[in-house]
Ligand binder design. Structure first.
Ligand code: RIB
Ligand code: CA
Length: 319
């Protein structure tokens, strides 16, 4: 039995963020959960993370709150409840007032301390990447203590926050730029693959029929989230964006990656927050990249059935 990969999930719960926490907590050595603004305000995303660990019996996993706004630009992420996640950021289940505490330590300091204390630490940002970007700027030597970043963000094709920008990148493109220019190995799991993995009514019925406290809460979450994504994007169910960034580190047969250069657009009037993915490949004579040196492994295909088998098997283990 190989040792579980140590990781921190940095998130903005967020329905799919909770799915990522549930998958990561069972398949990884989850050292902590850090929260950030995004799907809702920081107080809401932090409350939702506390609720999620309580409902799933994961109270042992430390939670540290991070940034409540982007590094530079004004926060334009909606907190009005009109988006995919509703007014609370986790509409659907009846959310009790959580009692599990959060650390006094800021997320940035927790990430750095954990990186220094842990061999082979992986970071899994699945919300705006403000905490990770700030950690790299505040503690530059952190790049020597992070094995890899598997992030949910960006897209090789269409956006969702704008025509070309995916929300997690768009909400703090400067932070994403810090990550993509840090030299830390990156797996980018973008909308081009995550939009192919959706919680259809059949999957949601299978989950509700599991009958456990956690499974029923997940079914309530996915029912709300799926209804919103059907209205907003015409999708057949809620997209499992964030757990796919976890799955990328668990089962190499779920996602197919290609090595390429990814630039984050910071100045475009119509393209701010776009992940500009360079598909030009390599010269046939020297093998040199035709564009800039690749800085990321970008997911280009997904085996949705394989993902669902992993996720449902893991969900069965919760109380
Ligand atoms: O664009 C999808 C991403 O934005 C997901 O992480 C979702 O939770 C939201 O944060
Ligand atoms: Ca998220």
């Amino acid at each position: 039995m190989t040792a579980k990969i140590p990781a921190i999930i940095d998130c903005d719960p967020g329905h799919d963020d909770v799915m990522g926490i549930l998958l990561g907590a069972r398949t990884m050595d989850l050292k902590g959960i850090t929260t950030v603004f995004g799907n809702a305000s920081l107080p809401k995303t932090t409350k939702n993370a506390r609720y999620a660990v309580e409902v799933a019996g994961l109270e042992h996993i430390p939670i540290a709150a991070g940034y409540d706004r982007p590094l530079l630009r004004e926060d334009e992420s909606a907190d009005d409840g009109a988006g995919a996640h509703g007014k609370t950021g986790l509409d659907g289940p009846v959310i009790h007032e959580p009692t599990v505490p959060i650390l006094e330590e800021h997320a940035v300091d927790f990430i750095y301390r954990t990186a220094k204390e842990t061999e082979n630490l992986h970071l899994i940002p699945v919300g705006p990447m403000t905490n990770i970007g700030a950690a790299i700027r505040r503690y530059p030597d952190i790049v020597d203590h992070i094995t890899e970043i598997s992030l949910m963000g960006g897209s090789t094709t269409m956006g969702n926050a704008t025509a070309v920008a995916e929300f997690n990148i768009w909400a703090d493109a400067e932070a994403a730029h810090i990550i993509f220019t840090s030299g830390i190995p990156i797996k980018m799991v973008g909308l081009n693959v995550t939009r192919q993995v959706n919680a259809t009514p059949a999957y949601r019925k299978q989950i509700r029929d599991m009958g456990s406290r956690t499974a029923v809460a997940v079914a309530d979450m996915l029912d709300f989230y799926s209804e919103r994504l059907k209205i907003l994007y015409g999708l057949p169910g809620g997209s499992m964006h964030d757990p796919l960034a976890v799955a990328a580190l668990i089962d190499p047969n779920i996602l197919t990656f290609e090595s390429m250069h990814v630039a984050i657009e910071l100045a475009g009037t119509n393209t701010y927050g776009m992940t500009v993915c360079d598909y030009r490949g390599r010269r046939t004579d020297t093998g040199e990249p035709r564009g800039e040196k690749p800085n990321a492994e970008v997911a280009v295909a997904v085996d949705a059935d394989r993902f669902w088998k992993l996720f449902l098997d893991i969900l069965q283990t919760y109380p």
